[in-house]
Design a binder for this molecule. Structure first.
Ligand code: PMP
Length: 403
């Protein structure tokens, strides 16, 4: 997850791989790629694309909206009334559509922010904000387990970069104090996830807000909390939303069942992004159909609060069954449950055995997670029925002692 280092295994030095052709040294990039993939395979880190099969215990479709009748009907209705499939241009040119504008206004109201701005996805939204808002002379201070998009944005951005120990607001404060003592005078941008994607634990938002109030801004990536936590699914940072120094990211591709993302914050920040954010300015606008889906998803959250309650019941059921059958395995308490195995090969092996029993649980390896913490990432969604949750724990109990 640290993703500061890119592939899971260090790639070979590309300059070492060359072939002689007609007496000249020509760097052979294909040999480089093959060698890198070979090294990943030897280290049990080669990744492939495996289609979905079996019961969903790995998606982020927490509320089961991606396949819901209401989202499908909203899209069908939009097509019927002539909403175009593609935006056909940048937002600043002809890509601006009424559906997108209306969705952003509705979303800002729903989440409690002054304004909202849509992006094609959470990855690009994180990258975009982090490379645009923090300025030279500022400090970007991020939780060490922040998502790859935050790390990439930090590397590409203008601010100085520092990390604090995962979930440790006291350490964040120490880092700021040291930075100020060293002459840092700019704003501090604290970047966290409200619910961590691979650990399912929460950031100490209120403590960090105190630091942000003294030193700058708090940026909260709500990717895995949007729709799931907070009043009516408004996120774990809902009580902070609307402050001048708070920026939130809500993804549409997880609990909201579509794709894309929203940055929510003060109007001046959103206007600055519209004018200065290159990944916003130079990209085709998100599909207006996704704005329609997003707006319908917000309506579903309000009309069908039972979905959040049912998800929490699944989480409680999984916890109770695990407590009964595998009490030695610690649980996160949220819908994201990492079952840490450790070694890569054993993790992928276990995932394959669970999958062979019809349950789609995926193994997660470095660099997505830190070295030595490869895990099954069990994701609880409304796509898995209660009986299937119980079955998963039975299967885990059967396989776990083999480790
Ligand atoms: N932030 C976090 C915490 C995430 O887990 C993800 C998705 N893996 C993203 C951002 C990126 O969002 P998207 O998938 O919409 O690009």
């Amino acid at each position: 997850r640290s993703c500061a280092e890119r592939p899971g295994v260090s790639p070979p030095d590309p300059q070492d791989i060359s072939v002689k052709k007609k007496g000249q040294g020509i760097v052979d990039r294909l040999a480089f790629y093959r060698q890198d993939l070979g090294a990943l395979e030897a280290a049990a880190r080669l990744r492939g694309l495996t289609p979905r099969r079996g019961v969903d215990f790995s998606s982020n479709d927490y509320l089961g909206l991606a396949q819901s009748a209401r989202l499908r009907a909203a899209i069908a209705g939009a097509l019927e009334r002539g909403v175009p499939v593609g935006a056909a241009g940048s937002r600043l040119l002809r890509g601006e559509t009424e559906d997108q504008t209306a969705f952003e206004a509705a979303a800002a109201g729903f989440f409690g922010a002054e304004a909202a701005l849509g992006f094609g996805g959470g990855y690009v939204a994180n990258f975009a904000v982090i490379t645009t808002l923090p300025q030279r002379g500022d400090l970007l201070l991020m939780d060490a387990l922040s998502h790859a998009s935050t790390h990439e944005g930090a590397q590409a951005g203008r601010a100085e970069v520092a990390t604090f120990r995962h979930g440790d607001a006291g350490h964040a404060e120490d880092v700021i104090t040291t930075w100020r003592r060293g002459g840092g005078t700019g704003a501090v941008w604290i970047a966290v996830e409200s619910l961590y994607s691979m650990d399912g634990d929460r950031a100490p938002l209120d403590d960090l807000m105190g630091l942000a109030d003294a030193h700058g801004f708090l940026m909260v990536d709500e990717a895995h909390a949007t729709g799931v936590f907070g009043p009516g699914g408004r996120g774990l940072a809902h009580h902070l939303e609307g402050r001048d120094n708070v920026v939130t990211l809500h993804t549409l591709g997880k609990a909201l069942g579509g794709s894309g993302a929203l940055i929510c914050g003060a109007r001046v920040l959103i206007d600055f992004l519209v004018n200065r954010c290159r990944p916003f300015i130079f990209a085709t606008a998100p599909s207006p159909l996704m704005a329609v889906a997003g707006q319908e998803a917000l309506a579903i959250l309000q009309d069908e609060p039972w979905r959040q309650a049912a998800l929490q019941e699944r989480v409680a059921l999984f916890g109770a069954e695990m407590g009964r059958r595998l009490p030695q395995v610690p649980l996160s308490g949220s819908q994201i449950v990492p079952l840490i195995v450790g070694p890569d090969a054993a993790t992928m092996d276990l995932a394959a055995q669970v999958q062979a029993r019809g349950l789609d649980v995926r193994g997660i390896r470095p660099p997505t997670v830190p070295e030595g913490t490869s895990r099954l990432r069990v994701s609880l969604t409304l796509n898995a029925l209660e009986a299937e949750v119980i079955r998963l724990v039975e299967v885990l109990e059967e396989l776990w002692p083999d480790l």
